[in-house]
Design a protein around this ligand. Structure first.
Ligand code: HSE
Length: 310
């Protein structure tokens, strides 16, 4: 077993308009860093906490819960691990801040133990952490943060994940306006039931968007990228949603929508040039119209997900 390791823990965009709780991708330029140290006292402990505030009580801390869950699967009660977190992804941003903590924890524990857990074990323990934050076991941020790329959750009961590869040269742009939207509150605002007609529209567009991604058919993705379920309810809580959408589509994005439960919004573009244009235009618009701080992220979909760094 190692004495220490450092883990890169990425942000992620979930839902992607068509796949509420079922689809997400991994970011490459927004991340937390976590350091894991072996300590003599058994169990999981918190070390230094820097960046955005995270709960200091281990039982309320997402990373501790996820790490403890994986340690339990390992089955050696004498092991002690201390986790230090540099929290760079703002909680309540809609880009998977809690998922980054949960995923970083399981990758860190695995690296420290020098053991290989199955994808299912890693995912289940990360979800044990994420559940503390959102009150639900949705894997649409956890899976892409853990495995990279686009991930589709094809079974909500046991969270079977399909990794989606594409040859399209896709870049994301994310605009994060610094207001906090709690995922649990945002989920509670959604209808408990939806019309059959709405459901048919949504599962058709999820299938079409996924087929387009896998067959490199950008037109099909663009045609299908409609959110019939969450956006109609959530868009009013996102400042400047409509003008940002207009800017994104005008400057080359083929889809735009709410990232997770917001307040971040995302756009997807083919090629770096279009993404740069959309990012620049978001920046100009928000600088001129924004009361609160904001941050723009942009890059290629990260192919690997959370991993140990030197
Ligand atoms: N799929 C979840 C939701 C993601 O939209 O509530 C939360 O970030």
């Amino acid at each position: 077993m190692k004495d220490q390791c450092t883990v890169w823990c990425p942000a992620s965009v979930s839902n992607l308009n068509v796949g509420f709780d079922a689809l997400g991708f991994c970011l490459s330029d927004a991340f937390d860093l976590m350091v894991f140290k072996r300590v003599s006292q058994p169990g999981v402990h918190l070390g230094e906490l820097t960046g955005y505030p995270t709960p200091t009580a281990p039982e309320k801390n997402i990373a501790c819960a996820a790490a403890a869950s994986l340690l339990e699967k390992h089955g050696d009660p004498s092991i002690g691990i201390e986790i230090s977190i540099d929290k760079r992804i703002k909680p309540g941003s809609g880009i998977g801040s809690s998922a980054a903590s949960a995923v970083g924890a399981v990758i860190g524990v695995q690296a420290l133990l020098e053991t290989t857990f199955s994808e299912e074990q890693l995912l289940a323990s990360a979800l044990d952490g994420e559940q503390i934050a959102s009150g639900a076991r949705h894997a649409d941020n956890i899976a892409p943060a853990l495995f990279g790329k686009f991930c589709l959750i094809v079974s909500q009961e046991n969270h079977r994940v399909v990794h989606l590869d594409t040859d399209l040269d896709l870049f994301y742009v994310v605009a994060h306006q610094h207001i906090e939207i709690k995922t649990s509150d945002s989920r509670n605002s959604l209808p408990r039931e939806i019309q059959l007609k709405t459901a048919v529209s949504q599962w058709s567009s999820l299938a079409g968007f996924t087929a387009g991604l896998l067959t490199n058919n950008l037109d099909l993705m663009k045609h299908c990228a409609v959110d019939y379920v969450a956006e109609p309810v959530r868009r009013s809580s996102i400042p400047h949603f409509d003008p940002l959408k207009e800017i994104a589509l005008k400057h080359g994005a083929f889809t735009f929508g709410i990232s997770g439960s917001g307040p971040s919004v995302f756009a997807l573009c083919e090629g770096a040039q279009k993404a740069k244009e959309v990012a620049d235009q978001f920046d100009i618009f928000l600088s001129q119209n924004q009361a609160q701080e904001f941050k723009i992220y942009s890059g290629q979909i990260h192919q690997k997900g959370a991993h140990e760094i030197l």
